[in-house]
Design a protein around this ligand. Structure first.
Ligand code: SF4
Length: 413
């Protein structure tokens, strides 16, 4: 019998820790020995191409999330601001560069002296322009090349000309990668990485879709933690191996009638970024309110199951230009409407993140249009992914508790 309001940890978390520790060990060894080259990559950048060419791949955004979760981001941001970065731009960027300037990183707990030194940096503009300025900073600092795949933002119709252009850019960066990697591009290895990425993404989708079950075996707050391998090891067997374990545990939970939130009474959708510095508090709050946040824009962002090993360049262009964040509101509304139906959603929380407009979808009326069509109520909370100074915990808790009471009244009376 589950105790009321307990937070039920997934047993796979032990396996997750090993998988992530091993990833950072590989990076640390590459950094110390320089036996393998290190590429920085944006979170939805061409990880498969980089892994296929023998790089160890490091993701500054993952590091940014670690800084947020460490609750120290607001001690780093002012240092970046003093170096000319506005406090209004991405707080992953400002906390990451601020920590770098202070020579601090949570990776010091894993034996690093500093973040790994890049041999090359590669990003895709499919999420925001910030990644370009962020990577350019490190390229200047370390005196290494930086490569861009330029995808248009706010895509309404995913036209053949966009796919052709992006696919060509994936190919055009290869000669520079070959120079730095000191090895030739190998199409078979690329196909293999694409196939592994595809399989990892399909497993990740299946993990997220277990939350369609009522009650759900997993919450958004769990997925924000277990997302690690698909972000940083996409294109390797490590991610595939891990999600097989996690999926098996979730299916077992469903079979045994175990729910992530005991006594689940409400099911919510979370739009926008997690608030990393208070993620654990949010998990406890919603559990206490017998409410499961079952789906989210954030965790759905790494589902590149359009990747196809038989056509790796075109399918990469398709997968990485089709993702939610790069689409126009009309497309986003259709995606959200489908998810609300599929996950039996009672209400939506829009997190308007001060420093990440690209991941805040309530700025141009989408929330009102969607409510008009679906009749599903919503709540907006103001905050930020990393900068705790932009968030009022008390105000948000009052808003969330009131919203939940209204939804319970609507659903059960
Ligand atoms: S999408 Fe948002 S959080 Fe991610 S790098 Fe861009 S601005 Fe930062």
């Amino acid at each position: 019998m589950q105790e009321k309001s307990e937070i039920l940890k997934l047993e796979s978390v032990a396996n997750l820790r090993i998988t992530m520790d091993d990833y950072f060990s590989r990076l640390r060894i590459a950094d110390q020995t320089r036996a393998k080259k290190i590429a920085y990559c944006s979170s939805v950048g061409p990880a498969e191409l980089l892994y296929s060419m023998g790089f160890e791949v490091y993701f500054p955004e993952n590091h940014g999330a670690m800084l947020g979760a460490s609750k120290k981001a607001d001690t780093y941001i002012p240092t970046a601001v003093a170096h000319g970065f506005s406090p209004d731009i991405c707080s992953y960027l400002t906390s990451d560069i601020g920590a770098f300037l202070q020579n601090e990183t949570p990776l010091q707990r894993s034996g690093f002296t500093a973040v790994p030194k890049p041999d090359i940096l590669v990003y895709n503009t499919n999420q925001c322009r910030e990644v370009g300025d962020w990577f350019a900073y490190y390229a200047r600092h370390f005196g290494v090349p930086v490569l861009e795949i330029n995808t248009p933002l706010y895509i309404n119709k995913l036209s053949p000309s966009i796919i052709t252009s992006v696919a060509a850019q994936f190919q055009e960066i290869i000669p520079e990668l070959e120079k730095v990697a000191s090895q030739k591009f190998d199409m078979d290895k690329f196909r293999e990485a694409i196939a592994l990425s595809h399989d990892g993404c399909v497993l990740w989708r299946q993990v997220l879709e277990t939350a369609k079950h009522i009650p759900s075996p997993i919450t958004f707050f769990d997925t924000a933690i277990h997302i690690g391998p698909i972000v940083v090891m996409r294109g390797t067997h490590y991610a595939v191996d891990y999600y097989k374990v996690l999926l098996a545990e979730l299916n077992q939970r469903i079979k045994n009638g175990v729910s992530a939130v005991p006594n689940e009474r409400l099911r919510l959708y979370w739009d926008g970024m997690p608030l990393w510095f208070t993620l654990g508090n949010h998990a406890k709050l919603f559990s206490r309110l017998n409410t499961c946040v079952v789906a989210s824009t954030y965790s759905n962002s790494w589902m590149f199951d359009d990747l196809d090993a038989s056509d790796p360049f075109v399918s990469s262009a398709l997968a990485y230009s089709k993702l939610f964040i790069v689409r126009a509101d009309k497309e986003k509304e259709q995606v959200l409407e489908k998810l609300l139906e599929e996950f039996s959603i009672d209400g939506i929380i829009y997190h308007e993140s001060k420093t990440c407009p690209r991941n805040s979808n309530n700025r141009y009326g989408l929330q009102n249009r969607l409510q008009k069509r679906t009749k599903i109520p919503f709540l907006e909370i103001q905050g930020d992914l990393n900068d705790a100074r932009c968030y009022s915990e008390e105000q948000s808790i009052i808003g969330i508790e009131t919203f939940v009471q209204q939804l319970i009244h609507k659903k059960y009376k």
